[in-house]
Write a protein that binds this ligand. Sequence first.
Ligand code: SAH
Length: 351
Amino acid sequence: MTPSQMARKRDIHDLSFEEISVYIAELSDRPFRAGQIIKWLYEEGVQSFDEMRNLPAELRQRLNGDFLFDPIVVARQVVSVDGTIKFLFDLTDQQKVETVLIPTSGRVTACISTQAGCKFGCKFCASGVGGWVRNLTCAEILYQVLHVRQEARKHQRRLSHIVFMGTGEPLDNLDNVLKAIRIINAPQGLGIAARHITLSTVGLIPVFEELADQGMQFELAVSLHGYDDASRNLLMPINKKYPVGELVRACHEYIRKTNRQITFEYILIDGVTCTDEAAVKLGRLLKGMLCKLNLIPCNPVSEFGHKPPTKDQIRLFTERLDEVGLHYTLRRARGKDVSAACGQLRLSEKK
Ligand code: SAH
């Protein structure tokens, strides 16, 4: 079988570097061609094989026959007063995904989607409202990153951080997400340090072991949002399957295996999640753990009717956290005026 018969016509960004090398090795006696292709794809970010000028015409033709470029296309782009840019992309099958570019003084972060829609139906999140449609391919994940990097370059900024906190559950599409992460992380790829890449999860406990076994230093963020089963059941249906006690045990095990800290994300909803009882129980739940608690004032989504607490209420709650000895960071809301919370733009487009 010839290499072209073996390779289904797929997007070139769906190939790992090893797969590109194997393809080239079967085709020519010039292994360095693989490196040249990778450089064009990820250093230059070209959109066609014809732009790969140092490849022989014959090889470019061969590549054109075997693979394609199927880029995602910007359907809408909204710029916030704080510099946050939100992109809504059209995929080939008319699905839409959103990606956010968040520039701050010290870093430039891309918030990336991993699925079209979401299965998990958290009761504050716009991404779950229309249900789940499908996983994104590795190429669709990388196209988001490449587009954001290009946009950052236009503003003379370097993309430095990646958070998988857009629509979807990264651990529910782990193979494609890990494949993309390896390319994002590789020095010949996008060269972004693993420590600057964050995977955020609703807490799919059975996948934690596989994650820990990757031996990569990416950050793990766990969406906690509740302080016991009753409170977490209300906001996150997944808690019925993986109750908070089991989740915390799995986190301890992950930390033991990887020696890495976990970030717990905790949404602040007026009258719901920032009570005195919540502070006390969070203290008991997380005390002594190698973790950070990241407080996120909720972005209101009309379907759910939640409100963020006022500044004073947040101050009171954080004073309680101080009393129980929990360290926390308070996330500043960014891109509020451009519906930058998870899934909001996609949802508004659907309506
Ligand atoms: N499925 C993954 C990643 C996507 S959500 C996860 O659940 O972690 C990324 C983060 O945004 C999660 O912590 C999520 O709870 C939070 N989020 C979603 N909707 C929000 C809203 N309306 N306001 C504030 N945070 C929200």
